[in-house]
Design a protein around this ligand. Structure first.
Ligand code: MG
Length: 194
């Protein structure tokens, strides 16, 4: 299935042109907008894989719309810019822009840029998922260590016995060992606060 793309451009002829080129290359143009406000609305409603965004537009300019779209909906944005808008590039860095294309847009420049932007977005997403996973693993490991410590202190037992007790509790209560550890920590904090 083709990747879903939202195209935002206030000049109708450019909007049509880009849409045609994308469709021709097998992409699915799920929406079109001609100003920044509509872009935000459609990005929210359609959740596209990528937004192609013009900078100079009525109502809300493309940079401000990009900031909202990338930060609020975590959707990557590829900017469409004219040479005269180079001063915007620094601002673009802040808006989590995956790239920018300089007008006039040709098929030869558009398609590879879109493919790279999609790939980058995919990698970023994977990386963030891995980081979240790692964070959870570390968090769980810390919880197990802490719970083990609580049991060792309370029951005056060795680390091995404390760990076995954790495992037994986990099996008996049919909860993950991480969950049991967290419950022990919470329970311990309650007793401390009492
Ligand atoms: Mg424009």
């Amino acid at each position: 299935m083709g990747k879903r793309i939202l195209v935002v451009e206030d000049e109708s002829i450019v909007l049509l042109d880009i849409t045609y080129m994308l469709k021709d290359a097998g992409f699915d143009v799920v929406g079109q907008a001609r100003d920044g406000e509509k872009a935000i609305e459609l990005a929210h409603a359609l959740q596209p894989d990528l937004v192609l965004m013009d900078i100079k537009m009525p109502k809300l300019n493309g940079l401000k719309a990009s900031e909202v779209i990338s930060n609020t909906f975590q959707i990557p944005v590829l900017l469409l810019t004219a040479f005269s808008q180079r001063e915007y590039i620094d601002q673009a860095k802040r808006a989590n822009i995956v790239g920018y294309l300089v007008k006039p847009i040709t098929e030869a420049s558009l398609i590879p840029a879109v493919e790279i932007a999609l790939m980058q977005a995919e990698n970023t997403k994977k990386y963030q998922e891995q980081m979240a996973q790692l964070d959870e693993t570390l968090h769980n490991r810390k919880a197990i260590e802490k719970a083990k410590g609580i049991i060792m202190k309370r029951k005056n037992v060795t680390e091995e016995i404390a760990y076995n007790k954790l495992r037994r509790l986990s099996m008996n209560k049919q909860l993950s060992i991480e969950k049991v550890a967290q419950l022990i920590i919470i329970n311990d904090q309650k007793q401390v606060n009492r």
